[in-house]
Design a binder for this molecule. Structure first.
Ligand code: 1GP
Length: 241
């Protein structure tokens, strides 16, 4: 029995900030896992997220199995599709793309996943996923065929996030998209954080310690970083525990 969500709440109550390293199965080869995880383990990372927009069947499961051999950090699936579900992980962000209006990503994929999920012990964490524009088309936008929310529509972003909470979601994830040219502004993070009573995840385009700290200072409880580590493992050195 996992306590992933409970542990996140506990960290927040102790004012501890959380960092998830996102590993895209499409971009991580198995021979690199051991070295990469050594760096992760020496850093301030608290969670591993595994997922991508387009991943072939079976690849996520093999990767998660390998990651688990090299770390005690919790591994949480951040799946772009049902085929990425594997019981080798500890939990799953059960994402609803509430910034969009594509029924497949609001409820369709969820229904499709139930048979597979019910055969696992994954801790399922319902998560309102809010995609915010970052100046270029992201793979989430392309795959889900939804438009991201405009940065200047702050009230709509706040109301969408709060609606997710009122629907019973346990986490809200503000996403600028993998490799975003600009991370989500502190102003947006702070107004969303103020209205929420559930943990706030922020990700997309965070490449420096300053941007990471800015996200935390604005109110992000858990920050997700993928591309910066994929492109330059020395970034881990700046984030040593
Ligand atoms: C993407 O929010 C995550 O879904 C992380 O984004 O790859 O830009 O760090 P980056």
């Amino acid at each position: 029995m996992n306590n992933l969500h409970k542990d996140i709440l506990q960290s927040i109550s102790q004012s501890k900030k959380l960092l998830a390293v996102l590993i895209d199965p499409d971009k991580m080869s198995l021979d690199k896992v051991s070295r990469f995880m050594t760096k992760v383990n020496q850093s301030i990372a608290t969670h591993i997220f595994v997922g991508g927009s387009e991943v072939n069947e079976g690849v996520t499961e093999t990767l998660v199995e390998n990651i688990k051999k090299h770390t005690h950090l919790p591994v949480i699936l951040f799946p772009g599709d049902v085929i990425q579900i594997t019981d080798k992980a500890d939990g799953i962000l059960f994402l609803s793309l509430i910034s969009g209006r594509n029924p497949d990503y609001l409820i369709g994929k969820h229904v499709e996943s139930v048979t597979k999920l019910s055969k696992t012990n994954l801790e399922v964490m319902p998560t309102g996923y809010v995609l915010i524009e970052n100046g270029k088309t992201t793979s989430v936008e392309r795959v889900s065929q939804t438009k991201p929310m405009k940065r200047e529509h702050v009230e709509a972003i706040v109301n969408t996030s709060k609606a997710g909470e009122l629907l019973g979601m346990k986490l809200i994830y503000l996403e600028a998209g993998s490799g975003a040219t600009h991370a989500i502004e502190g102003e947006i993070i702070s107004v969303v954080k103020k209205i929420l009573n559930i943990p706030l995840i922020v990700g997309g385009g965070i490449r420096t310690k300053e941007t990471l700290d800015a996200a935390y200072n604005a109110g992000a409880d858990l920050v997700v970083i993928g591309t910066a580590f994929e492109e330059d493992e020395t970034f881990f050195d700046e984030l040593r525990a």
